[in-house]
Every structure is written in structure tokens, then in C-alpha cells.
Design a protein around this ligand. Structure first.
Ligand code: NCD
Ligand code: ZN
Length: 335
């Protein structure tokens, strides 16, 4: 049995740079028509010149595959001129609280100072993408950040805002308050809880920000996604780190899910008996919210089992060693 998916999109993706970019980009490029590329490089992507160079490097790494990198600029204080110049080349600005996750040291330290730039985003209709965590107790960080989302949504009522990689029942509920707020949901947060990360032997491959939460939170995410919520968008948050940065004392945060993203999503939706809702989650909702028209591209999956390798180059993928029921028709997808 085959399944055809029209223009799948990954609305939150870390492609990195240099060799890592070349290793990981092809996995996204074969499965997706486009992806929202995160700007947290070692030197953040916060100028148009750097953004253009990064976009060119991504195109080069994707080779002949049809794949649109929807670029983001790293949030800082920007002038109107800078934002007007960038508007047609970006899908949004990505805001990180300073130091909250991988390569976010240049992020926001003082939220009292972001208003002028956010007002410009609202005026110019540029979406704001937010990593919404405080630096509080690790399980409470997302919930504690909700008042910031509330303040942003109330102060800037026309701003289109995306709560990135939500993990809690509270965030799902929050979404009901504002029509111009959407959220991305990862594959791994639909599958794992903190128990999988730290309940047995410690699993560096599953350690990420935001940390996976409780079974109740996971259930709320699954119910909303499988129930067809129109403002939930798939964003893998695939975030590769070389093994020596994960399997060590001081494990880097990030789950490398790009190689398994689409096959595993199909399996999950099939198991939940709602395969008909997958197209909206992986494409339609994002097209509507972001007002984008991705390039024509049909991705074909086959119901044919395959074993996820232990490593792709130096990186351990999500679900390494497990058998998945669906595979990409394109052999490249298996690496
Ligand atoms: C991401 C990374 O490694 O860049 N890590 C992660 O755990 N998700 C950054 C991020 O999205 O938080
Ligand atoms: Zn991310």
C-alpha cells in the first residue's frame, strides 16, 4: 500500500552549518516541500547578509531536491528599515529567552525591552515565533511562560504568533484564547514522556528542550493533534548534535528526528485511526496560518518496514534500532 502526501512541511527545523548541514539537510529535503529553519547558529542569524549566506548554503546542501527553506531571523531589537528590508525573505523572527536552550545566549534578557520590535512585527505583519520557557523548575518552564504569551497576544492583538514545540496541556488550552496564535508540535513530544527520558537508564537521545512532560500532557497533545486542531502545525524540532556532545557529562539538548519524521507520523496517525487528518497537520494548517504556498511536491510512502540505523554519521537518530512500518519510496530517505 502506498500513501501520497502533498507538500509536507516541517515548521520548526535545525539544519546547522558546515558538515552537519550537509549530513542532515537531505533527510528533510526528501521528505518535505519546505521547512522553517531556525536561526540559532553558533553566530546567530540576525542580519540579512548572514541569512542570505545561510539560505544559499542550505540550497547547496539540499542538492536537486525541491525544498523551500523558510528562513527566520534571530530576535533582537530591529529597526523598521531592517525589518522592511527583510520582510520578503523571512517567514518570521524567532525569539529565544537568553540561555534557555542550545545556542540561545544572544536571546532576550529583558522582556520589557522587546515591545518596540514586536510592535513593528505586528504592523508589518511578520510572524513572531517563540521558544516559550522560563528558567524556572524544568517541568514548569512552559506553563510559567504562558503569561508572557498572554501579554504579547493582548498587547499586540494583530500579531501572528507561534508557540514553538508545545509540550503541556496548559499550552494546548491557552491556544483557545487567541485566534492569531498557533503552535508547533514535535513528533517526539507526541510519543515520549519524562519517564522515557529519565525513568530507566538515562537517554541522551531523548533529552531536549522543552523536556518531555507527563503522560497527561502527552495525552492532551495527542488529543488535540489527532482531533484535528486547525492551529497545530507539525514542527519536528529536529536538532542534531554529534554523539560526543550527547553521550557525555553535560548532554546537549536536542532530538534528531528528521530521518524518521514522516514515516513515524504516518504510523502514529494510522494507529490513532485518523490518517485523514495528517495532511492538515503536516501542511494545510501551516499554509493557512503563515499564508504560504509551498512548491508542488508529492511525497510517497510505502507500507514497508525498515530498521532505523543506530547512527547517521556522528548523530544518533530518534528511534534508532526500532522498526518502522512505513518507509519513504525514495531510497535516500533511509540514508
Ligand atoms: C534545539 C537545538 O539543539 O538547537 N534543542 C532542543 O532541545 N530543542 C534548540 C531548541 O529548539 O530549543
Ligand atoms: Zn528548536
Amino acid at each position: 500500500m502506498n500513501l501520497l502526501l502533498d507538500a509536507p512541511l516541517d515548521m520548526h527545523l535545525h539544519l546547522r552549518e558546515q558538515e552537519m548541514l550537509h549530513l542532515v539537510a537531505p533527510f528533510s529535503a526528501v521528505q518535505f516541500a519546505g521547512g522553517v529553519v531556525m536561526p540559532n547558529l553558533i553566530e546567530p542569524v540576525d542580519t540579512l547578509a548572514r541569512l542570505r549566506a545561510y539560505r544559499a548554503a542550505i540550497h547547496h546542501a539540499c542538492g536537486a531536491e525541491t525544498f523551500t527553506p523558510y528562513m527566520t531571523l534571530f530576535f533582537r531589537e530591529y529597526s523598521r528599515e531592517e525589518l522592511i528590508a527583510a520582510k520578503d525573505e523571512i517567514i518570521g523572527l524567532k525569539l529565544y529567552p537568553a540561555g534557555i536552550t542550545t545556542q540561545s545566549e544572544a536571546g532576550v534578557r529583558d522582556f520589557d525591552r522587546i515591545g518596540a520590535t514586536v510592535a513593528l512585527l505586528e504592523e508589518l505583519d511578520i510572524p513572531l515565533l517563540v521558544h516559550g520557557e522560563t528558567s524556572g523548575f524544568v517541568m514548569d518552564r512552559e506553563r510559567e511562560f504562558l503569561p508572557v504569551y498572554q501579554w504579547l497576544a493582548e498587547t499586540f492583538p494583530r500579531l501572528r504568533m507561534v508557540m514553538e514545540h508545545i509540550t503541556t496541556a496548559a499550552a494546548v488550552e491557552f491556544l483557545e484564547k487567541f485566534d492569531n496564535v498557533a503552535a508547533t508540535v514535535t513528533l517526539h513530544h507526541l510519543m515520549i514522556t519524562l519517564g522515557d527520558v529519565a525513568g530507566g537508564l538515562l537517554r541522551p537521545d531523548l533529552f531536549c528542550k522543552p523536556i518531555a512532560k507527563t503522560p497527561r500532557d502527552r495525552e492532551a497533545l495527542r488529543r488535540a493533534v489527532f482531533g484535528g486542531h486547525s492551529r497545530l502545525l507539525f514542527g519536528s524540532d529536529s536538532a542534531p548534535h554529534p554523539r560526543h556532545k550527547k553521550e557525555c557529562c553535560g548532554c546537549a539538548a536536542g532530538v534528531f528526528s528528521a530521518p524518521v519524521a514522516l514515516p513515524m507520523l504516518v504510523q502514529l496517525f494510522e494507529e490513532a485511526e485518523c490518517l485523514e487528518r495528517l495532511p492538515a497537520f503536516i501542511s494545510g494548517n501551516a499554509q493557512r496560518f503563515y499564508r504560504i504556498a509551498p512548491p508542488a511536491k508529492t511525497v510517497e510512502l510505502r507500507r514497508e518496514a525498515w530498521l532505523v540505523p543506530d547512527l547517521y554519521g556522528s548523530v544518533r537518530p530518534f528511534l534508532a534500532g526500532q522498526e518502522l512500518r512505513w518507509s519513504l519510496s525514495d531510497e535516500q530517505g533511509k540514508g
